[in-house]
Design a protein around this ligand. Structure first.
Ligand code: ZN
Length: 108
């Protein structure tokens, strides 16, 4: 488990409806993730959890931070590209997700 490998655990984990970010790590060691990530492929979710958890040890986005994230998550670059391509989805409402056809619910 990632938190065991990092020897860090969050105080609380929140799932929220923020419209400007996919995830966050607060100074109080709380992690929050955007509920819209349910639409994302698993490798993207794995990357985001890794990204926020590494912030426990390294609060900035320094070269050391990215090397650590990449060493824990091989699909970092692919996930970053996916998140960049789907940035507009941060403003999707729950109603829009629920009214999609079952086979088109997952974003491409
Ligand atoms: Zn970050």
């Amino acid at each position: 488990m990632l938190t065991v490998r990092l020897r860090q655990t969050p105080r609380r984990v929140y799932v929220m409806g923020q419209r400007t970010r996919w995830g966050n790590c607060s100074a109080e060691r709380n992690l929050s993730f955007n509920w819209r990530l349910i639409l994302a492929p698993e490798f993207v979710i794995r990357y985001l959890v890794t990204h926020e958890a590494v912030h426990f040890a390294i609060p900035d986005h320094s070269a050391k931070f990215w090397l650590t994230v990449q060493s824990l998550c091989r699909e970092t670059e692919r996930a970053k590209q996916w998140l960049c391509r789907h940035r507009a989805q941060l403003t999707v409402d729950l109603g829009e997700v629920l009214t999609r056809a079952p086979d088109s619910g997952r974003l491409r």
